[in-house]
Design a binder for this molecule. Structure first.
Ligand code: SAH
Length: 215
């Protein structure tokens, strides 16, 4: 995501600590207490400006949504949407997804969304891709047994890489769309990037995958 400095963004994130988690390590194993109701916890990693997260939360009040984003200048746009909506089932978290296991207990999460993750096309940056095997290991840890990973991108290279990475980790594909916007899927909610890239004519790929249960 292109970064512009937003004056006052850091102060705003601190000011609205009812929406933006200030000390994420203190919530490990207790994320349900951050929300009004105890109900399934879904997280979006790299939520950017938060349109998908906020819209999903509005449509699914029986799910708690946690938006994770690294960059101050974009998480603040998600915060602005949440200030407007004041949804009881949305919380925002500014951390690096690399550290998920520091902040979440085993099996604490029911679903993870990866939406238009940075492709990092150079081989030497493979480890930064959010579908690199080390990330999959943390997703497997924090997801519960029925937990799912939902992944959407317009980047064919990243999509193919990710399918191989999922397969090497023994994940099972539940759904696969090679052209999501021309499939008979109802109720797809577009992210900011999804709208931008599909307007340019890019195809949108999606898969839903899960880890087999260990015995
Ligand atoms: N999901 C949004 C934004 C996609 S851009 C949309 O579809 O519109 C990818 C986003 O992932 C960027 O905002 C970037 O800051 C964030 N990101 C990349 N690596 C991350 C990481 N390791 N942890 C948290 N966020 C990350």
């Amino acid at each position: 995501m292109r970064l512009r400095n937003k004056p006052g963004a850091e102060e705003k994130l601190l000011e609205y600590d009812q929406y933006v988690v200030a000390k994420p390590d203190e919530w490990k194993g207790k994320w349900q207490d951050r929300f009004e109701k105890k109900q399934p916890l879904h997280m979006e990693i790299g939520m950017g400006k938060g349109r998908f997260l906020i819209e999903m939360a509005k449509q699914n009040p029986h799910i708690n949504y946690l938006g994770i984003e690294l960059q101050t200048s974009v998480i603040v746009s998600a915060l602005e949407k949440q200030i407007e909506e004041d949804l009881p089932n949305v919380q925002l978290l500014q951390v690096n997804a690399q550290d998920l296991k520091t902040y979440f207990e085993k099996g604490e999460v029911q679903r993870i969304y990866l939406t238009f993750s940075d492709p990092w096309p150079k081989n030497r940056h493979e480890k930064r891709r959010l579908t690199y095997k080390d990330f999959l290991i943390s997703y497997e840890t924090v997801l519960d047994d029925q937990g799912e990973l939902h992944f959407k991108t317009d980047n064919q290279g990243l999509f193919e890489y990710s399918l191989i990475s999922f397969s090497e980790k023994g994940m099972i594909l539940k759904e696969l769309y090679l052209d999501l916007h021309n499939s008979d899927v109802e109720g797809n909610i577009m992210t900011e990037y999804e709208e931008k890239f599909s307007k340019k004519g890019n195809r949108i790929y999606k898969t839903v995958a899960y880890f087999p249960e260990q015995d």
